[in-house]
Design a protein around this ligand. Sequence first.
Ligand code: FAD
Length: 420
Amino acid sequence: MKYEVIVVGAGPGGAFAARQLAKKGVKVLLIEKQTIPRKKPCAGWVTPEVFDLLGWDPKKLNILLEETRGGILWIKGEPLHTDYQRPIAYGILRNEFDTKIVEEARSAGADLIDGTKVTDIDIGSDRAMVITSGGKTFEGQIIIGAGGTYCPVAKGSGLRKSWARDELCVTFSSETRIGKEKAAQLTKHRGYPEFFFMPWEMGYGWYFLKQDYLSIGLGVRCNLLSRDKNLRFLLNNFLNQLRELGRLDDSVTLSPFRGYNYGTYFGPTGMTYGNRVLLVGDAGGFSLNSSGEGIRPALVTGGFAAEIVLDALHRGRFDEHTLSPYEEKWYPALRRYYRRGSFLIYQLRHTTITEVFHNFIMKEDDLRRLLFFDPFYNVVPPKKTYLGILSRIPKLTRYAFKTMAVESISLSDLWRPNYP
Ligand SMILES: Cc1cc2nc3c(=O)[nH]c(=O)nc-3n(C[C@H](O)[C@H](O)[C@H](O)COP(=O)(O)OP(=O)(O)OC[C@H]3O[C@@H](n4cnc5c(N)ncnc54)[C@H](O)[C@@H]3O)c2cc1C
């Protein structure tokens, strides 16, 4: 069957691109390998801009929404509480949230074929084709690859054949409905997700209640794992810690943990467009490195891809050159967030800074906001973070010397990364 645009993958990136195109009258097909509502391993929090992008009013939505007003950062066994006293993020259930975007795409006129896996693509001079596992083929002018980390469009077009280990965040997560009473019994911190900081693994564990759903998981950098210190080992340690804190007990049977990898540590490292192909969301490596937030970048890039495709359809040209403005759109919108994330997380490779971070910085609410929660939830733009750091340099330097005096570490550690 012939379409103008074929979108592979009905996650937020693909469904949003399909919705935007269908709204403009484009004949678009959305293909998804799972059946909708699909399952997606996720902590399930989104920032307010996500609702702006989707044009949704959080107050009028009939899906689960848990207001997040701050968070608790656990450092060396100590809970450090930050309260913004206003919603800075929302907890959602991915099956509800993502399905709503797919439904909007369908209502706008997009065709959906779910339960169908795309195995390959074939780019010709006058058309683009997707081939499914049942041997069926679909033809269009252009393909949007939104199939997540191992997107068949990224692979088939040669834009991304594989991921380097240091690009990948490996995760385990579980979401369990535990009931209101149990939820109230386990934690008094509704609206304040708890983060268990793992600087040496460049990741964190989370404990997050969304009404009576409990989300638990952890994500760490793939190349920092070893045979002994593997993800299962880290997960078991984390669960034991939660049990010791009373956040879990024997009466709670958690849903099985599911693993998933995605590229979060650098932002896109390869081309995100080619002849008759554009990559959005995790397929292009667009998740943010300061937190692992991927829903917003998937929507941002899905929206940009739709704009570029509309223009290409108008011009009747789909070559790499015609699609190159895609990068000119996402780069200024997202690049500064990747830069801020890299700047912050790479400081933690050094003993001195990590110790200063543990001993002083994170203990001060003002600095904890500046260096952890603001970038994590994107409460302020990157420029404000840098200005905030500059204005606090005297304080940070004083703390560095205090730490060195106590921990017998030296400034030279700054040039010696200390993680395994
Ligand atoms: C454990 C975990 C926790 C996370 N927590 C958060 C969070 O709290 N907040 C946040 O913003 N982000 C979070 N993220 C990141 C976020 O989930 C992703 O960045 C986001 O879903 C990316 O959207 P996407 O549309 O690009 O891809 P996806 O949501 O991954 O969707 C891709 C779709 O493509 C389909 N697909 C794949 N291959 C094929 C194929 N061959 N044929 C057809 N269809 C195919 C898949 O089935 C899938 O439905 C988390 C990620 C993980 C792993």
